[in-house]
Design a protein around this ligand. Structure first.
Ligand code: OSB
Ligand code: MG
Length: 370
């Protein structure tokens, strides 16, 4: 494809309710939307998925805008490449995988449209549905959390993920387990723990509650700490923030830092890189699931397409649109099936229709490149 025009837009959409994690609370979704047009008239969409503040990783919405605007978009404009060779235009830029992701998503969307098939099929996906879980933020009270889990169970979600932090962990997990002895349960710490005696004590205590996994207890680069903990507990550790590249998977594998990997399309730099990590994990018998960044509809459609790959065997964090937005930026709303699965879009490319008037409505800034 040859790129004729790129539009970059920053938007802000209210969430249905605030989402509290160990280090911050998200009230709105701020993101950058990339629209790419090729010389022969194909249009592809992508979104960055960092947050306004760098609590999850060091990327931010403003940082992504800067990198896209100043370096990445000028590097692809009027250039010719395929989904597989996109990196050759951008690999002079280090890191910034969430900015890269927005372009990679739009390019993947166009590539699948050119092949006249869905992005899922284009990537080699074989699954028509994906198992769906729900990620619940830290709540104002454990009673309120329990109420939310009852609702999620009624809706059919196949597993419940609880956000935890030191001091808001064991008591909560214990009460939830007493109320729901059989529910598929896991916890996500978003890097809030250290190897201090107090924290290790709490993490070891979690071992008795039959959790499916403990996600990202330590900071992203603390592979050794994670391996030390994994040696002391039987609950699998799942890495999220730590995994950006196949190299990170190799480090984790060599050290024994985790038993499960959360593949997030945005964190690893787009659908193709996500597929490559998926293939590595499949080869090394590491189960994976698809994580999310509370994306808008474009990102969620792409997460679903990637989740069609065969090693996505564990329930992911792709939930129904209703838990995130009253008004999303796509026409379709994603709905949980009765059996706790979500359908992978089958239309060409990302298979959803972007509502440009909604983009206008939620717009903060806009820039066109041609
Ligand atoms: O760590 O998986 C995470 C949301 C924002 C940032 C990080 C994470 C999350 C979630 C929710 O857990 C995933 C989702 O519902 O999209
Ligand atoms: Mg996580």
């Amino acid at each position: 494809m040859k790129i004729k025009k790129v539009e970059l837009r920053q938007i802000e959409i209210p969430y249905v309710e605030p989402f509290q994690v160990s280090k911050w609370t998200e009230i709105t979704k701020k993101t950058n939307i990339v629209k790419i047009e090729t010389e022969d008239g194909y249009i592809g969409w992508g979104e960055t998925d960092s947050f306004e503040r760098p609590w999850y990783n060091y990327e931010t919405v403003e940082g992504n805008w800067y990198i896209l605007n100043k370096f990445m978009i000028p590097s692809i404009l009027n250039k010719e490449f395929t989904m597989e060779t996109l990196y050759s235009k951008l690999n002079w830029i280090q890191g910034n995988l969430m900015a890269y992701d927005a372009i990679a998503e739009a390019v993947a969307d166009i590539s699948a449209q050119q092949a006249n098939i869905s992005l899922a099929t284009f990537l080699g996906g074989t699954l028509a549905k994906t198992k769906s879980g729900i990620s619940l933020g830290i709540q104002k009270s454990t009673d309120y959390l329990i109420e939310k889990i009852h609702k999620a169970n009624e809706q059919g979600y196949q597993r419940i993920k609880l956000k935890i932090k030191p001091g808001k962990d064991i008591d909560v997990i214990k009460k939830v387990r007493e109320e729901f002895p059989d529910v598929g349960l896991m916890v996500d710490a978003n890097s809030a723990y250290t190897l201090s005696d107090k924290h290790i004590h709490s993490l070891k205590e979690m071992d008795q509650y039959g959790l499916m996994m403990i996600e990202q207890p330590f900071l992203d680069y603390e592979f050794v700490s994670s391996a030390k903990l994994q040696q002391q507990i039987k609950t699998p550790i799942c890495l999220d923030e730590s995994i950006h590249t196949i190299g990170d998977c190799q480090v984790s594998n060599a050290l024994g830092s985790c038993e499960i990997i959360n593949i997030k399309v945005s964190r690893v730099g787009g659908p193709l890189k996500a597929k490559n990590i998926h293939d590595f994990c499949k080869e090394h018998n590491i189960p994976v699931w698809c994580g999310g960044m509370r994306e808008c509809g474009i990102g969620r459609a792409i997460n679903l397409a990637v989740s069609s790959l065969p090693n996505f065997t564990l329930p992911g964090d792709i939930s129904g649109t209703d838990i995130y937005f009253d008004e999303d930026i796509i026409e379709e709303r994603f709905v949980l099936n009765k059996d706790g699965t979500m359908d992978i879009p089958t239309g060409k490319g990302i298979g959803v229709h972007v509502l440009e008037d909604r983009l206008e409505k939620f717009s903060l800034r806009f820039k066109s490149f041609s």
